[in-house]
Write a protein that binds this ligand. Structure first.
Ligand code: COA
Length: 534
């Protein structure tokens, strides 16, 4: 049951792979470090001079000492707008507060006044979605000027725009998922509704204020001249309006008050998941960098990755010799049982059937599922179509969609075509979806897409009796390949919130442990599968 690794970490190939991937990981870490500086040192200083803390300093004081904050989507909005909007101006993640895992959502005031760009809204909504799915109390550290006004058409009117934040708060509150906020800065309009919609709200004296329209707008609308403090400061809201429940003398005090509020929250339902004492794997996580080939098209045994993720490198493999391009089996990660579904080659009918069988058994036993995606797609060709690969793949897709257990997807290589769907891609609502920096996601590979498009063009011209020159073919091929390379990159995907973050592969075990731990209070109930085509 213990996976025996065949990796030779002294081989030239291993060293070459390791060097290649370490370079990518270092680049990622440098970007993440830069993004964590938000609007920059000067902007941080400005906040400190006002007696305020920065968003990250607040989070540090909020979460329990010596615990790790699982930050999500730090690359959100990376190189997407003409303005510099690091991490989309909002920090979201799962943190432990008074021994309770919470979703923390903190505006970064140093990024355009903490205003909401379209991807800020998307990131906030995704954090709420994760909280709702995993029944995590939400803590909002509010310091925001509301909508980024030049982009109002992309943040205000639609279903998944700003209004959805408040809708989610109301819905979560009704499901007994606590909504708690503290107001640290001037919160106008949309920014004001977050505390107003919360179950309990703390507000900081002098720096915190809540109003639907700030003093300039009030003056313009009614001629009334008033200061921020008089209009919607801490004293007003805790003694006159009742919009806020607790007054704090400064940010530190507000965060201590939030911790007190969380300490008094009620008990959660017991999780049905059977935990065991965690055990370290037998092999170092760092070796994954040497296991992953430099070229994505080269194969490797996914069990080598599993061996470095699981407690004691123990893996009870299910149907090992059947449908062997999909590896399935039971393991523990940081003491939490998981069913693992991992690609080890292209998907055949047998692999899809095996995956379906395995997923149904995880659902019966309340076992969360980890999907390790590295997939070019389902097998194509006459033999496979005739044996009904489409209907077998559909069974896997049915099982993945309806499995009522927590699901975490990690893309460790390619994620192409229908393989992305069958392996619980974003559209299949995994509780979390992470990627490695080497991950590539697109409907198909660039070379394949360019060949398809060249063929389509050739056929079109042939009908008119015309032909493409070699030069024209090359031009089409190059431009499509370049486009796919850019759009398939992990940074491009993460910037657009197609995942919950690119992670350092060496941190994978720790992060998966945190992610699965946050799913334990998931609303478990029996899975109902739909009609499976036989
Ligand atoms: N839309 C677009 N940009 C905004 C903005 C908004 N709602 N609010 C602030 N900004 C921008 C500012 O133009 C400035 O950009 P710059 O750095 O490129 O010059 C940056 O955010 C910081 O704003 P600034 O006013 O210098 O910072 P501050 O700390 O003194 O105040 C706010 C921050 C958010 C409190 C203040 O700017 C404000 O009240 N904004 C208007 C809020 C509002 O009316 N929102 C309505 C939303 S429906």
């Amino acid at each position: 049951m213990i996976i025996k690794s065949n990796v030779d970490s002294t081989s030239e190939q291993f060293k070459k792979n390791h060097k290649f991937h370490a370079r990518q990981v270092n680049e990622l870490n440098e970007i993440v470090e830069k993004l964590a500086k938000g609007g920059g040192e000067k902007a941080f200083e400005k906040e400190h001079q006002k007696g305020k803390l920065t968003a990250r300093e607040r989070i540090k004081l909020l979460v329990d000492e010596d615990t790790d904050f699982l930050e999500l989507s730090s690359l959100a909005a990376y190189e997407t707008y003409k303005e510099y909007v690091p991490s989309a101006g909002i920090i979201c993640g799962v943190g432990q507060v008074e021994n309770q895992l919470c979703m923390v959502i903190a505006n970064d005031q140093t990024v355009k006044g903490g205003t909401y760009f379209p991807l800020t809204v998307k990131k906030h909504l995704r954090a709420q979605e994760i909280a709702e799915k995993n029944r995590l109390p939400c803590v909002y550290l509010v310091d925001s000027g509301g909508a980024f006004l030049p982009k109002q058409d992309e943040v205000f009117p639609d279903r998944d725009h700003f209004g959805r934040i408040f809708f989610n708060q109301a819905k979560m509150s009704s499901k007994s998922i606590p909504q708690i906020s503290s107001v640290h800065g001037l919160c106008t309009a949309g920014g004001a509704y977050i505390p107003a919609m919360s179950d309990q709200t703390v507000i900081v004296e002098k720096t915190g204020s809540i109003f639907l329209a700030g003093p300039p707008l009030v003056k313009a609308a009614t001629g009334e001249i008033i200061t921020s403090e008089e209009l919607g400061g801490a004293k007003v809201h805790t003694s006159i309006s009742g919009v806020s429940d607790h007054i704090a003398v400064n940010d530190e005090h507000a965060l201590a008050t939030l911790r007190d509020i969380i300490r008094y929250l009620g008990q959660k339902e017991k999780s049905p998941v059977k935990l065991q004492m965690p055990k370290d794997p037998l092999y170092p996580m760092d070796e994954v960098l040497g296991i992953l080939p430099e070229e994505q098209s080269k194969s490797f045994d996914v069990r080598e990755i599993i061996a470095r993720l699981c407690d004691g490198s123990e893996f009870l493999e299910f149907k090992k010799n059947y449908g062997s391009t999909l590896v399935t089996g039971y393991a523990h990660i940081k003491g939490i049982p998981v069913g693992i579904v991992a690609n080890n080659g292209v998907l055949f009918s047998e692999s899809a059937l095996k995956g379906t069988h395995f997923i149904t058994s995880c659902c019966q036993e309340n076992i969360p599922i980890l999907f390790l995606q590295n997939i070019t797609g389902f097998m194509v060709g006459k033999k496979y179509e005739h044996e009904g690969i489409a209907k077998h793949g559909a069974k896997l897709v049915h099982a993945v969609a309806n499995a009522n257990v927590p699901k975490v997807t990690l893309i460790i290589g390619g994620s192409f075509g229908a393989g992305n769907y069958g392996m619980c891609g974003r559209a299949f609502d995994p509780n979390y979806l992470f990627t490695w920096p080497n991950a590539r996601i697109s409907v198909m590979g660039g070379p394949q897409a360019s060949q398809v498009l060249v063929t389509v063009k050739k056929d079109q011209l042939a009908r008119k009796g015309e032909k493409l020159t070699n030069e024209e073919i090359k031009k089409i091929e190059e431009s499509i390949k370049r486009k796919y390379e850019k759009e398939g990159h992990a940074y491009y995907a993460s910037a657009r919130l197609w995942d919950d973050g690119i992670i350092d592969p060496r941190q994978t075990r720790k992060i998966l442990g945190q992610a699965f731990a946050s799913t334990l209070h998931y609303p478990w109930s029996k899975t109902h599968f739909g009609v499976l085509r036989m």
